[in-house]
Design a protein around this ligand. Sequence first.
Ligand code: FES
Length: 615
Amino acid sequence: MGVDIESICGGKGTCGKCKVRIEEGFWGNYGIRSHMDNLSPIGEAEKKMLTPRQQHDGYRLACQARIHGDVVVFVPEETAVGKQVVRKAAREIPIKLKPAVRKYYVEMVSPTLHDTCGDWERLQAELGKSLNLSDLAIDYPVLHRLQNVIRRENWKVTVSVWMNREVIKIEPGLVEKAYGLAVDIGTTTVAVYLCDLDTGEVVATASMINPQVAYGEDVITRISYSVTREDGLRSMNRAIIKGLNQLAGQAAAKARIKRSDIVDMTVVGNTCMHHIFLNLDPQYLGRSPFSSGIHHSIDVKARDLGLKISPGAYVHILPVEASFVGADNVGVLIAEEPYHQDDMVLIIDVGTNGELILGNRDRLIASSCATGPAFEGAGIKYGLRAAPGAIEKIRIDPDTRDVRFKVVGEENWNTGSGARGICGSGIIDAVAQLFAAGIIDKTGRFSTDLDCPRLRATEDGPAFVIAWAGETSIDQDIVVCQQDIRNLQLAKGAMYAGAKIMMRHLGVERLDKIIMAGAFGSYIDKESAAIIGLFPDCTQQNVFAVGNAAGAGARIALLNVDKRVEAVEMACQVEYIELAAEPTFGKVFSQAMWFPHMKDSFPHLKHLPRRKVAR
Ligand code: FES
């Protein structure tokens, strides 16, 4: 019925986010009698996820309960998928222009009885003579249209030439503008940047939640969906192609052009998204030895992929580094260019799957760590994606332990009563502030002896109230509980441990610069990230949030073909470290779960008030 329901585990019955309530009785307006007996009996997964009180109140998991008759279903606000705020705005980046596709205007001499050279040969000769383009090929469907098109404007045409090798489009008369689309396929969000290929300007952007979210929230769930369903890969491939066609249409409409005016496209995405986009089986990415179908970059005709841009256009997919370090990471590399720097740089892409790059011009290593979905607000009792109503910033007064918060979609702090839950940046803030205010200790345990009305015992252990029921739209207190803190510790511990092992590999003691990439990274408070120990110590001035660097990489590759070559070289040069194979990983990880760390020192946090951080 078009009601979107949260489904973080992809319908496996393990996340508990899809709770709905059955309303029993006769409903005159629908003419039906709704009864619990019209559903399959409550199963084990539901018993685990629903408290006895919820079971008594008629709650069920939407993904588990089967409908055998009429029922009226109430979808609580926290279960309905909010329209996620897709934070992938394009940032200003200087790019030297050298696009793959250029448009050329050509005037030809029409044939006579004494000059019956073929139309294509005539165009080829003219392109060779006036523009010095030789050995050109022509896309077969373009050849099909050639005869009619060149006659429409009296032998004057504009041809789009790809890589000085192939004519991919032909239009009657003079057409000045050429457009390309840079695409970033994230596990959760998809963003497209429509660019003018002559000026490099971003003329329109569009974004959406990745439609594959319906098949599972993270890459592992999607890989298993492709394995367990016969048409799993096809469904997910169709979903992303349809989504991209929609986004291309939206961006084109904003720029007042036609979708078919887009003559080039570049794509980045993690290895799983890359495979599903190319309709390549992702199952081998998920099992040892984790090999991918292709590492190298590849150019595929848009029409072969089902993309409805100019049909002869090529889609350039950037190379992948390893099974869990994908083309998105290569995009980050060519955008940030650590290989041109002397500083020891750590780039972290914070997401469901954390990706890390460490090094400088001498050597670069990369790794990835499964951080779990806590940073996206999943696995957190009141966790939400960054949708309107999600608490995104939190401050706790260390003396009064009073809380101020800011909600996505609201201008000011603590205004209105629209809070529905807490998103990833809010959770990081909450935990950092709880720690800084002495409400939790270094190990993450609540200091239960504090006299504070917000701190209370619940059936899940101690919990701290961030928003009182009256400040929310769900009529419940929004709390951070002990399990939430544990889940965040697992995620941040994995990031930190990854960085630490990589530093050991390079024999590095300290970091000169930290770059937080990824749309989510831009919204994390730098100080909160440092306080919880998301990464090793570094001066705050040298911690940068660069936004969607993967998307920036896709734009750079769209506008400069030399960068496509550089991307391939770098993907081959970066050494991949498999963290799971590190014998010390377990120990490093458990130490990194402490706030900010069990043993490491943080001289750059010394400026914070004494109570704030135990050093
Ligand atoms: S329990 Fe996760 S979608 Fe139903």
